[in-house]
Write a protein that binds this ligand. Structure first.
Ligand SMILES: [Zn+2]
Length: 245
């Protein structure tokens, strides 16, 4: 099995001519501190900020939840929030490398590579598919070369909900109830599952997913999120129109 230290967080370089040109004209910057990332680095995270994620990623262990814990890499604020909005709403698909790298740092920190069998994303409703499910792309990146089996359609979203970012905590809880189905083509009895989400806010959606996974036999589920948001904070609203940069 590939160890998390082999995720090439710091050393993955592109060398094609077009990518070198792209880097000259549209240089990638670290999404946290905005410093210039090394030429060709996919992740857009500098060494200092990789160290900061190692020190400051968040763990949420909450009573009455259906997951062991939720681990989130980055605060949903400032340039990180702007990058996530670009990723979610504006088609900046390449940022999947950055958010996957941030989560991979958490996987490495918790050294639980061998504990988990399956990795799957929080689903989005087919009517809300833009070009991609952002959580699914991150899960796919994390699964590459790892020992986790990627099942992108393990969970299915059956209700096209009003965006949760417009709701308060109680409304979110009620809204996601019954919105997720399990794909009966798969058997996860006794398996340990990693659930990938883009932004962990109240945990309502993630918890509903974990409830469904547990109902269908998952032994243990841990949530991995790229970002964590404070509902009370000004930076909470994940509204594409609020992008500032
Ligand atoms: Zn940085």
């Amino acid at each position: 099995m590939k160890k998390s230290t082999d995720y090439n967080i710091q050393y993955e370089f592109n060398t094609s001519f077009s990518e070198v040109l792209s880097d000259i004209f549209w240089p990638k910057k670290c999404i946290i501190c905005a410093c210039r990332s090394p030429l060709g680095r996919k992740e857009a995270l500098c060494d200092d900020c990789i160290g900061a994620i190692r020190r400051h990623s968040m763990n949420f262990v909450e009573p009455d939840r259906h997951f062991e814990e939720a681990i989130a890499a980055l605060p949903y604020t400032g340039t990180i929030r702007d990058a996530m909005i670009r990723y979610k709403f504006r088609g900046f698909e390449y940022l999947k490398h950055t958010f996957a790298a941030a989560i991979a740092i958490c996987i490495e920190k918790h050294s639980f590579d061998d504990e988990y069998d399956i990795i799957c994303p929080v689903p989005i409703h087919y009517l809300r598919h833009r070009d991609y499910n952002q959580s699914a792309l991150i899960a796919e990146e994390l699964a590459k070369g790892s020992g986790f089996t990627l099942i992108p359609d393990l969970l299915i979203k059956t209700k096209n909900l009003i965006p949760l970012s417009t709701m308060g905590y109680a409304m979110r809880q009620a809204s996601v109830e019954g919105a997720i189905d399990f794909n009966l083509n798969y058997d996860i009895i006794g398996k340990n599952v990693l659930l990938v989400d883009d932004i962990y806010t109240t945990g309502s959606t993630a918890d509903e997913c974990c409830k469904i996974l547990a109902m269908h036999g998952a032994s243990k589920v841990t949530v991995l999120a790229a970002c964590f948001a404070d509902m009370k904070g000004d930076d909470y609203h994940a509204d594409a129109d609020n992008i500032t940069v």
